[in-house]
Design a protein around this ligand. Structure first.
Ligand SMILES: NC(=O)c1ccc[n+]([C@@H]2O[C@H](COP(=O)([O-])OP(=O)(O)OC[C@H]3O[C@@H](n4cnc5c(N)ncnc54)[C@H](O)[C@@H]3O)[C@@H](O)[C@H]2O)c1
Length: 263
């Protein structure tokens, strides 16, 4: 796989989970990284961890809430100021909210999910694309979910937001492919991160391990995924090699989204 020496990649939601795993994978390949997150404490921890493990790479951290357009403009400006360009953009920050039926869903939480998962991804595209267009080069990976391809019970706003990410990925691909910008998405299944373990606690507060076991049973691989397994796919899509892959949503889910009926 290509090396990322001299390339600058922005990662949102970089302090934990899928974002952090991808940051480490890109660091092993020599990329300069811009780590964006709204959790200052976790972001500082991630920065220290990466700086210690990969002392040769250039690292910038920017605290930003991706649901605020001014904060998104700020992380883009800081990146251009520090590195002069943006080669890759991992548009990853997201939340899954709480679980409730369509009619009972808490409106404030619904709006928050849309603000972060849909508008946050959109603001990222809105401010990164002009920089990439000027360069006539770019790789964008938006983070959808299997919930962007299928429905999940009691997750209406999450499902809606992730379907929107798949749609925005296609729209961007159509409009910006001519500028050498490839825009794709990944659709992770259940991957072992903080977000998933919190979800299992909500599904079965008395026995979250049972909720996890139920999920595992329904996956063809009979296990959950690891953040590193998503990171490998993201790195390919961010690389020069992915020069004719555009507008795709790649499931990284052990085959879960292919199931029809019981297994
Ligand atoms: N873990 C999974 O199984 C799974 C499956 C499908 C999709 N996803 C998606 O992958 C992405 C990352 O999930 P994860 O599992 O790594 O979650 P996580 O909770 O482990 O990490 C998410 C990170 O994003 C940050 N973040 C959240 N909202 C933010 C905001 N408004 N501004 C800036 N930073 C913000 C958090 O502080 C955290 O560091 C999300 O978009 C999620 O929907 C995850």
């Amino acid at each position: 796989m290509s090396n990322f020496q001299g390339k600058t990649i922005i990662i949102t939601g970089a302090a934990m989970g899928l974002g952090l795993a991808t940051a480490k994978e890109l660091a092993t390949k020599g990329a300069n990284l811009v780590l964006v997150d709204y959790n200052q404490e976790s972001l500082t921890k991630a920065e220290q961890e990466i700086a210690t493990q990969f002392p040769a790479i250039r690292l910038l951290t920017v605290m930003a809430d991706v649901s605020e357009e001014a904060a998104v403009q700020h992380y883009v400006d800081e990146t251009v100021k520090a590195f002069g360009r943006i080669d890759g953009f991992y548009n990853n920050a997201g939340i899954d909210g709480t679980q409730a039926s369509v009619v009972d869903y808490d409106l404030a939480i619904f709006k928050k999910i849309i603000d972060i998962n849909l508008m946050g991804v959109y603001y990222g595209l809105r401010h990164v694309l002009p920089v990439m267009q000027q360069q006539q080069y770019g790789r964008i990976v938006n983070v959808a979910s299997v919930a962007g391809l299928r429905a999940v019970v009691n997750y209406t706003p999450y499902v809606a937001s992730k379907h929107a990410v798949v749609g925005m990925t296609k729209s961007t691909a159509l409009e910006y492919g001519r500028y050498g910008i490839m825009t794709n998405a990944v659709a992770p299944g259940a991957i072992l991160t903080h977000l998933t373990s919190e979800g299992f606690k909500q599904l079965n507060p008395a026995d979250p391990e049972k909720a996890q076991a139920d999920f595992t049973r329904n996956n063809p691989t009979k296990r959950l995924g690891l953040p590193e397994e998503v990171a490998k796919v993201v790195c390919f899509l961010l690389s020069d090699e992915a020069s004719y892959v555009n507008g795709q949503t790649i499931a990284v889910d052990g085959g879960e989204s292919s199931i029809y009926g019981n297994i």
